[in-house]
Design a protein around this ligand. Structure first.
Ligand code: WAQ
Ligand code: MG
Length: 261
């Protein structure tokens, strides 16, 4: 039981005006903090946006709010890395993994036809695997997954155990994918960064875990991607509510770990 108060801290930053004024999205971030750590948490998000490869922001908003619901614990998804030699090979691996996860191939095709358009929002696209259309109705905002985090010491133990690099980016992405894939409506997630220098992305699902793919876009490209493939249109409102509001800590227990090799 966690009895201490926790706070959701969120940041968004843009350039050439605020997002709603058509500004370019630079950076976003969300984390969970105790009251005592708020100053540090705000600073972490401030730093993230001030030193960003997408450019310098001229608008930023950081806000915090107390979390009233109990926080659920989830084990991190298992991680695999698919080394690929080219973007073409990487994208082929991504499509195969999506199909393995249960996304029909026609649906994958339809999503890829709109991939440039889908890179515009500062949040994720919800894509229905049956109808093959975007269903979130959030336009340029998309859906931001919030109220998720992973305590640093526990993340570091996990990273040591699996010999993973202790990268903040990997932590953030794995936390997000773990939350998203834990919901029964999610079939799979496809993601690569909108940061020009970061070309590794992933496909994640409950079944496949978090499958990193080392090359999903050209170096220098600022078009990112985050699509949640979902099956269950009737649940849309509660699904979005889960993504935005349900508080979750990822927590790894060594006893539950399966050693690779
Ligand atoms: N909720 C929903 N969508 C988000 C969120 C969020 N909390 N954060 C980012 N996005 C969307 C948004 O549209 C971004 O433009 C896009 O995803 C990419 O975000 O080596 O760094 O934070 O294992 O740039 C994955 C591989 C890195 C890490 C992904 O994404 C690894 C990454 P970025
Ligand atoms: Mg980014």
């Amino acid at each position: 039981m966690i009895e201490e108060n926790f706070f959701s801290v969120r940041m968004r930053a843009s350039n050439n005006g605020a997002h709603e004024q058509g500004g370019k999205h630079i950076s976003g971030g969300e984390l969970i903090s105790t009251y005592g750590n708020l100053k540090n948490a705000v600073n972490v998000l401030l730093e993230k946006a001030l030193s960003h490869s997408r450019g310098n922001p001229d608008f930023m908003q950081i806000q915090f709010e107390k979390i009233d619901q109990p926080i659920t614990r989830l084990s991190p998804l298992h991680v695999g890395t698919n080394e690929v030699k080219s973007v073409g090979e990487g994208q082929l691996v991504a499509r195969n993994l999506l199909e393995k996860a249960g996304v029909p191939s026609e649906s994958i095709e339809k999503a890829y036809q709109q991939i440039t358009e889908f890179s515009e929002p500062r949040g994720a696209i919800l894509f229905d695997v049956r109808s093959g259309i975007r269903i979130d109705e959030r336009n340029e905002k998309g859906v931001r997954v919030s109220r998720v985090d992973w305590l640093t010491t526990n993340f570091e133990q996990w990273a040591d155990y699996y010999k993973m690099i202790q990268s903040h980016r990997v932590k953030e992405a794995l936390v997000l994918a773990t939350k998203v894939c834990a919901h029964p409506v999610t079939v799979a997630e496809l993601c690569w960064s909108d940061d020009p220098e970061y070309t590794t992305g992933y496909v994640a699902s409950k079944k496949l875990g978090y499958q990193r793919i080392t090359n999903l876009k050209k170096y220098g490209d600022e078009l990112g991607c985050r699509i949640f493939f979902v099956d269950g249109l009737s649940d849309l409102h509660s699904y979005i509510d889960y993504l935005e509001k349900q508080p979750i800590f990822v927590q790894w227990e060594e006893e539950n770990a399966t050693r690779v090799n």
